[in-house]
Design a protein around this ligand. Structure first.
Ligand code: NAI
Length: 330
């Protein structure tokens, strides 16, 4: 019998362990789950493994890639879609990189709409009030989504599902994509027009050098007063300090954030009872019109099952053939 594939699994949470143990039915893979994230300090743990399996906040920069190659690791298996945390150029030709390009666009798009509805209908406020038998409606007035214009930046798998959901609400859609799709049933516009015309803007494009801080003080100035921003993509699409300023000077009506540019050391962990060091995030969270969830948009049963199945198939395919349909190339 061939040797089992040895996998060092970083940043493991209970739900990861459960879904990967359930998916590992073939028994070809031996997984060691580490709670710690992969970075320059922890890369030594990867010694003796064939694969490192990582998530969104592990850091695989050039130094980590070099260390992995030196230790004989053959594959970096991302159990997510985005790969901005991996230096793909440094990895090219030396170590494989695979990802899960799609596991449930519905999970993320539905979460984006959940955040929007929570924000516009003040559900987060009324939930806390009625728990305390406070049935007052003061301060809970929202607005109809029907008839509003929503800007969708990035019309890939998630953006398209979000557009369909918005259409179901009777919203007008204006979309922007660097590579617009053909034969679509919505209208494309340039970013200038999106900033100018949209009541709500939702981000569904990857984080790249080009999209880094696409929302900054300059673009915010060009947006409609009262605009609602939704970010379920990657935190650094938005300059968090510029967002905070926009909230403080009342230009931005509300922000719904599932991601945050400095989330790596904060999100996914219980920080209650600690002195919170990130003043920008603390101030954002303190605002009545900002909702923050902790990079949770992907977290559905369906998505976790698909992530585990695809990641395991990616590892098997790559180690058997030296390539993989879900390989990330520089
Ligand atoms: P996708 O690859 O299907 O779509 C991305 C779209 O963005 C493509 O149409 C592409 O042409 C477009 N794009 C590329 N560069 C652009 C630019 N400079 N400006 C505007 N558009 C540009 O990706 P998918 O599956 O729809 O995911 C979108 C993003 O959502 C991912 O990159 C990831 O960062 C994020 N994500 C977040 C999750 C969460 O739990 N919060 C879970 C899964 C993905």
């Amino acid at each position: 019998m061939a040797d089992k594939i040895k996998v060092a699994f970083f940043d493991a949470k209970d739900y990861d362990i459960k879904s990967f143990e359930e998916a590992n039915t073939g028994g070809n893979i031996k997984i060691k789950f580490f709670e710690t994230k992969l970075d320059e300090d922890t890369v030594k743990l990867a010694k003796g493994y064939d694969v490192v399996c990582i998530f969104v906040n592990d850091t695989v920069n050039e130094k980590v890639v070099n260390a992995l190659v030196k230790k004989g690791v053959k594959l970096i298996a991302l159990r997510c879609a985005g790969f901005n945390n991996v230096d793909v150029k440094a990895a090219a030709g030396r170590i494989g990189v695979v990802r899960v390009p799609a596991y449930s666009p519905y999970a993320v798009a539905e979460h984006a709409m959940a955040l929007l509805l929570t924000s516009t209908r003040r559900i987060h406020k009324s939930y806390i009030r009625t728990k305390d038998f406070n049935f007052s409606l003061n301060g809970l007035m929202g607005f109809d989504l029907h008839g509003k214009t929503v800007g969708v930046v990035g019309t890939g798998k998630i953006g398209r599902v979000f557009i369909d959901i918005c259409k179901g609400f009777g919203m007008k859609v204006l979309a922007y994509d660097k590579f617009p799709a053909k034969d679509v049933d919505f209208e494309y516009a340039d970013l200038k027009e999106i900033w100018k015309k949209c009541d709500i803007i939702s981000f569904h494009c990857p984080l790249t050098e080009e999209t880094y801080h696409m929302v900054d003080s300059k673009s915010i100035k060009n947006m409609k007063k009262g605009v609602v921003l939704i970010n379920t993509s990657r935190g650094a699409l938005i300059d968090a300090d510029a967002l905070l300023n926009g909230i403080r000077n009342r230009h931005i009506g509300a922000a719904c954030l599932d991601v945050y540019e400095e989330e790596a050391d904060v999100f996914f962990e219980d920080r209650s009872g600690h002195i919170f060091e990130d003043d920008t995030l603390a101030r954002l969270i303190s605002m009545p019109n900002v909702i923050v969830t902790s990079h949770q948009a992907f977290l559905t049963q369906e998505a976790l099952t698909n992530i585990a199945a695809t990641t395991i198939a990616n590892m098997e395919e790559y180690l058997k053939t030296g390539s993989c349909a879900n390989e990330v190339k520089a």
